[in-house]
Ligand binder design. Sequence first.
Ligand SMILES: [Zn+2]
Ligand SMILES: [Zn+2]
Ligand SMILES: [Zn+2]
Ligand SMILES: [Zn+2]
Length: 467
Amino acid sequence: RDEAEDWVDRIFEAVNKCRPTLHNDEHWEVLQGSGENGVDERSISSASSALSSPERRLSSTDSSETAPPVQEFDWTRTTDLETDALKEAVLYLSTDSEARTWTPLVVSLSLEAVKGFRVQEERKVLWLNNPIAEIRDVVPDVSLGGPAFFKVLTMRETLRFRAENPDEAQSWRVLIRGALDSYLESGEDVISEEPPPVLGTGVNGNLHRLVQHRLKENGQLLGHLYTVPSEKGLDAQSYKCSGCHQQIGPSRGRARLCEFTGQYYCVACHKGDTTIIPSRMVHNWDLTQREVSKKALRLLAQIEQEPLMNLELLNPDLMSHAESMAQAHSLRERLRLLGDYLLTCRSGACKKLHARMGQRTYLLETRHLYSVLDLRQIADGQYGNFLISLVQQASNHVLNCDLCTQRGFICQICHSNDILFPFQFDSTTRCKDCKAVFHLFCKNEKNSCPRCQRMKKYLERDLQDSH
Ligand SMILES: [Zn+2]
Ligand SMILES: [Zn+2]
Ligand SMILES: [Zn+2]
Ligand SMILES: [Zn+2]
């Protein structure tokens, strides 16, 4: 058995050495914020899980499962350009969830939209139309097989494209990002009053800009989400209400402090509504309900389900301070590992789960991003149970799904027939280096990972051979 596994490992390693993907990293540009979106995190994790050999691939009756038909790609464009095209060329669009079949489309990018046309009798027929306003991000997608692949995330779906070559793919990504930037800048004269928060300090950059843009003038307040407000006093705002600019203060109208912005408002703009203040909760674990202005209350309702806060960056120590945060974090991690299975399962199980999540589909894709609603549920003590029910529903699917169980693991220490999954925190453990999964009771602190050991052995042998 060990011999057989050694062969499997050796073959995998040899194949991986030949794969162009892994050696082309220098071609990748670093895209701001995509990691915080959880997008790269996911594609990296799915790529690495595809490389780990202990995944079971049972023989399947469906022959396309093991040997996908070789597809011919034709990159010549025969039709006329759209009049507003910034770029137009043939791209292949993946039409199934596992990216096996690819459909050719003439894709045309303008400042307003990404359109895809099918060519029928040498004429273009509109097949997909995504307004730039609905695009959230454009990122490379290594997991699809190489640097010629990229995906466009829209509010409704993820479009996976294959370009003729890596340079073409990069050119598409740069131009789509450019169109997105120019769309966002077109609204910035309205919202330029507030300086944009520094990226890389826990702010989900792309999403922040998109949400801010959508909020129009209310977007000014969004920066207050991340930092605890400092109250500067009435004179700093010239004794005027921050909302309607009416005179307030001693001997004029009564002034009320908004604990979200740290600014003063008149009694018409501030009705004394109370809510938790996200920044105080994240930085000081302060769950007190505090008074906020009408504007702030509305803003918090508008962005309630947007995963704008990266807790890992804003305050990584929070998990160790608060037990309910530690529980939330552990459940979010399990949900993300379950997402690796559900998001690629062809059974459509994801749809049922998404129905219960509402807009919070990011729960399956990332563990560090939190929305205002997540924080409110934590403060109310409801978040744990909400996540537990999602984890239960998701693991019920994976453990009973023919497709998902094929992607489970076998313990390489005891070699029993149990199928193990990385999200079973109670009974399994995962090697940090090679991602192999073991029974918790088989792998204790003392015995090191057998798979890593074997790899080390081969590496040493290779070194000796080369001398
Ligand atoms: Zn006012
Ligand atoms: Zn499944
Ligand atoms: Zn075991
Ligand atoms: Zn290992």
